[in-house]
Ligand binder design. Sequence first.
Ligand code: ZN
Length: 431
Amino acid sequence: MTPLTRDLCDFLDASPCNFLAVRNVAERLENEGFIGLDFRNRDILEVGGKYYYTVNGSAIIAFIVGEGEASEGFSIIAAHSDSPGFRIKPNAAMLCPGRILKLNTEVYGGPILYTWFDRPLSIAGRVLLRNGNNPLRPVSLTLKIDRPLLTIPHLAIHFNRQVNEGNKLSKQKDMLPVLAQLSEDMEADDFLLKLIAAECGCDVADILDFDLSLYDTTGACTFGADNEFISSGRLDDLGMVHAGLTALLATEPAGSRTRVLAVFDNEETGSGTKQGAASPVLDMVLRRIVEAKGGDEITYQQAVADSFMISADNAHGVHPNYVDKQDPTNHPSLGKGPVVKINANCKYMTDADSSAVFRAICERAGVPVQYFVNHSDVAGGSTLGNILTSQIALRGVDMGAAIWAMHSIRETASVADHAYIVDAFTEFYNI
Ligand code: ZN
């Protein structure tokens, strides 16, 4: 495994959910001298300085202040921290015959449900603890339980002989995970909270609330005769988060343009939260940078007009079993380079201008480019690029790595593509 692929797999394994992904990005940034800022403060930003803001612990905007004029544009890479899956509901305990304790969960985004059956699952997220007399600022801890803790058992085929002819699933009935078999003296209601408290090293009474998700404890790996593929959960979109972060950290120290990495939350549910791409948070950060250089509102507009954004989110690689699902002339393949995503009805922000820019960047980096357009009879997805441009009128391109099985518990990407994309992103930041 190349060092880059190893690093990607380590990042994916350490980042089972949005909160952990953002914490890991922040840690890596701090190790490289980036300073964490807080919107509540009026911080002084210095030219050449490396900073980041987090929002809700689940979105992060990192930047290196460029040496150019305040009106000089930003070079922005945007991606998202969240992935489809299951969130644990409040009062989740459901005690079943045999004193089997299962948990009530809610689906987040659009996972492929049946890929979640019969896996060794665990729990990750954040836990909010009482903070003395300050109810406005509870203590937030990230939690990742590192051992297999739950599973969602599938029904035996003997109870549904037609299961392989199509099996409609109920999110409320079929998908609930088993956590424990309780002895007679154990209470079901606070079992989960006791387990969380033990993991956090706190009392049950200290826990005010939590955001906890299920994740697959089976780690990321490569496969294929030449280890040319990567198999992991959350490649959409942590693969692109990792590529953007790697490029930002590899960028040359002195640069004229301000380089920005923006990782938003809640892309999978429409981006409409304070930590999502539809919020004004990127606008707030860019304004602070322009202001720190002495610019005013017009300067800010000049900087925005001079900016370019790469909205990095994965694309559908042509699937060996479903070639007919793809457009007849634009079907990107795994391993053949980053994919520019195009849609005539503007589901993507790409236009010929921004596509040309990205292609020129890739040419400079010696990286091949592919194009994705929907089969005209198949409705496609969308991503955060256009949502962001409703906040800030940015030029930009939608692109990503070609993957298989998008929104499965494990997706497949290409080792070669990840290296190509890191090279293209690094070239972009160094312009
Ligand atoms: Zn995505």
